[in-house]
Design a protein around this ligand. Structure first.
Ligand SMILES: NC(=O)c1ccc[n+]([C@@H]2O[C@H](COP(=O)([O-])OP(=O)(O)OC[C@H]3O[C@@H](n4cnc5c(N)ncnc54)[C@H](O)[C@@H]3O)[C@@H](O)[C@H]2O)c1
Length: 249
């Protein structure tokens, strides 16, 4: 398999880091970006230690036009003028305040929409000139969209918009043979999830799942690699839910 140039946003830790290392293990060239520049550098270092060509960008805000423009140019240069895969994973998730809809702070609502919705659009907008036939985009949403999880109105709404946006992107970019799909993980045990639920994270929702266990980032990596890669060459505009069978029960 020939190495591809892959950009993973929000890859300072958690799922983004797991995705980046999954591509690295496959032999891809990995570029990572995050608001947390030190964490992104650490991920790139881990990818390099796994034998992959890896690079990281300084502090990158995916909701900034300037940052995403500079990022795309940098990644394209790293990829010899082409970007093969974009994984839009960056989002405001860690540290979000949960509460009933009457208590959600309107400023936090704006932040969540700006980063989680405008961010993926700006990243794809900036990368578009460097994507070509066979390139693909994976937009990370969440299975919360289907369960309508309470106390998260801003977050759940933002991830619903990611699904909708993916379909538009799939149609527009599909004319250039570029695929765009949504990956919708269920609850995953990342540092951010422990930050929300503490020790309860270990058992959260387990009884509602077909597989009756919690998931770790490694449980989601394969689905991301699948959507990004040639095995999914006729899959576009779709949403792949990776939640251990919680949504259909
Ligand atoms: N952990 C879960 O249970 C779960 C479930 C479904 C979906 N998700 C989604 O998966 C992704 C990763 O989640 P995670 O659990 O690893 O959480 P996380 O909070 O650790 O990951 C998000 C990353 O995005 C970065 N980020 C935030 N704002 C940014 C900005 N403006 N510009 C650039 N980077 C920014 C953060 O620094 C962080 O590294 C997110 O999109 C999240 O919504 C997580």
């Amino acid at each position: 398999m020939s190495p591809r140039t892959v950009l993973v946003t929000g890859a300072a830790g958690g799922l983004g880091r797991a995705f980046a290392l999954g591509f690295a293990a496959r032999g891809d060239r990995v570029a990572v970006a995050d608001l947390d520049a030190a964490g992104a550098a650490e991920t790139a270092d881990l990818a390099a230690r796994a034998g992959a060509a890896a690079t990281w960008s300084g502090k990158t805000d995916v909701s900034s036009v300037d940052d995403t423009t500079a990022l795309a140019a940098e990644v394209a240069a790293f990829g010899g003028g082409r970007i093969d895969v974009v994984v839009n994973n960056a989002a405001v998730y860690a540290g979000l305040h949960r509460g009933p809809l009457e208590e959600i702070d309107p400023d936090e609502f704006d932040l969540v929409l700006r980063v989680n919705v405008k961010g993926p659009w700006l990243v794809v907008r900036a990368c578009s000139p460097f994507l070509g036939a066979g390139s693909s985009v994976v937009n990370v949403a969440s299975a919360t969209v289907f369960s309508g999880s309470e106390q998260w109105l801003h977050y759940v709404s933002s991830k619903g918009a990611v699904l909708a946006m993916t379909r538009v992107m799939a149609k527009e970019l599909g004319r250039r043979e570029i695929r765009v799909n949504t990956l919708a993980p269920g609850f995953v045990l990342t540092e951010a999830s422990f930050g929300h639920l503490g020790e309860d994270a270990e058992t959260y929702g387990v009884e509602r799942g077909a597989l009756r266990r919690s998931s770790t980032p490694d449980d989601v990596v394969g689905a991301c690699l699948f959507l990004a890669g040639d095995d999914a060459r006729f899959v576009s505009g779709q949403t792949l839910v990776v939640d251990g069978g919680r949504q259909f029960l």
